[in-house]
Design a protein around this ligand. Structure first.
Ligand SMILES: [Zn+2]
Length: 154
């Protein structure tokens, strides 16, 4: 298993409200997300944000909670990235959902929303981080997309 390179925690974040929840992301990620969501909407696709920025400290809490339940580390790190290695602390990773599909399940790949993302997300700078059999040892996460500002956006 090759660990993904550690990335720094976001220092510049903006807070925004969606579906009565408050999220945080980097300003560029937020702008790209809004543009992508609106464009999807025009195509009849509803993209719903489930989570965005999560601090390294919060990631550690999630790991600790699982350890307290007696779950062995290899099982924990199969579904949770090690603190500092989750892309969520960069403020550029988003977990997405679409109505009428299970929340954060592999099933998301069967939805029109996922098909739309596969065809269009790259134009907005978003990339699927954990495809099937990814080298990071993380389970396949069709819902997890990360904004890469160096990539061209339309
Ligand atoms: Zn995620």
């Amino acid at each position: 298993m090759i660990a993904p390179p550690p990335q720094a925690e976001a220092t510049q974040l903006i807070s925004f409200q969606e579906e009565n929840e408050t999220f945080q992301a980097t300003p560029a990620t937020y702008a790209a997300w809004q543009k992508m969501k609106d464009t999807a909407n025009q195509d009849g696709i509803t993209l719903v944000l489930v989570s965005a920025f999560r601090s390294i400290a919060r990631q550690q809490e999630l790991v600790d909670a699982k350890r307290k339940k007696g779950i062995p580390d290899p099982d924990i790190f199969n579904v949770l990235a090690r603190p500092g290695f989750s892309e969520h602390h960069t403020g550029r990773a988003l977990d997405l959902h679409t109505p009428n599909s299970a929340l954060l399940e592999e099933d998301f790949e069967t939805t029109p929303a996922f098909e739309w993302m596969q065809q269009n997300a790259h134009s907005f700078g978003f990339k699927l981080s954990y495809p099937r059999n990814n080298p990071h040892g993380i389970i396949y996460e069709p819902w997890h997309w990360c904004f890469h500002p160096s990539q061209p956006s339309q």
